[in-house]
Design a protein around this ligand. Sequence first.
Ligand SMILES: Cc1cc2nc3c(=O)[nH]c(=O)nc-3n(C[C@H](O)[C@H](O)[C@H](O)COP(=O)(O)O)c2cc1C
Length: 315
Amino acid sequence: MSDPETWTDPFQRAILANSLISVDRAFESTGFRTAATRYRAGTTSAQDQLADLFLLNTGIERHDHEAQASVRGYFIDSGLTMLSHNGREAIDAVVRVPLPDPSPLDASLADCLRRRRSRRRFSGGSVGRADLSALLWAAAGITARARVEVPGSDDTVEMLWRTAPSPGGLYGVDLHVAAANVEGLERGLYRFDPRGGALWLVDGEAAMERALEACCFSEEMISVSQAGAALFLCGRPPKLYRKYGDRGLRYLFLEAGEIVQNVHLAVTALGLGDVETAGFYDQEVNEALGLDGLTATLVHTVVVGVLEEHRDRTE
Ligand SMILES: Cc1cc2nc3c(=O)[nH]c(=O)nc-3n(C[C@H](O)[C@H](O)[C@H](O)COP(=O)(O)O)c2cc1C
């Protein structure tokens, strides 16, 4: 083979350049990779391959009877009774703030799908309380109730279903709300209570500011200080692990995505703006929200506000 230093063909030069690049997954290393760089990337320590290991270890296999038994366990009496408690868990707070009826979401679906866009510049105008109520309803409102017989007993339990689908109906994502500038709402951190369309005040302005400040990389990227509210989607992974094992974590993220798209469509229908942010500083936001980061952890965030061109909407 000729000396690579003498190669002039652009394709050969590209191979040479890429054979010298770093094998880590940082952006510097993206580009055309030779088999050699791929091989080396695949033989670094397990620490560097956590994402691959996660995928491998959370796959489902046919004839895995233990996994099937674990899922079936949710259709026996205690499983059903537990499911019926979803959305009725106690919230550690004393101040309950009722929400008004949600603003109507009567724009056409096709129109909202067409107009939805990530918006990062907000005017500093306040978000209406009925608009916030509509966003929370779209995210996690109760839309159906049914009494279900508990197998092997005369008991029945009431099940609640929501706007967004949830793996196994377990509803492992809770909604926390930073009300920074919402009409008639004290600035602070709240928890959404899907049962009665209410908020519970869980912490004050200082904690809210800390959560907002750490929920995206910078003010230049998203004008968070001018936003009206942020929705923090907080996952409780163990709820999912009990049924699905480690695979439950995948499902938790999927559920968050479904909730967030509902929020985007409602935001669009209301003429507000929003952007989801996965680029948050995990530990800082978790601390501000009072989450330990493992049994309860921030999964996703949506920042909502009045758009700059609609500054006069609520003023
Ligand atoms: C999972 C996920 C995470 C995202 N995180 C951020 C983020 O941290 N900051 C941001 O400005 N946009 C974020 N976005 C928004 C995307 O940048 C945006 O959806 C994309 O550029 C397409 O633009 P569009 O939403 O206007 O169609 C995120 C989107 C998704 C789906």
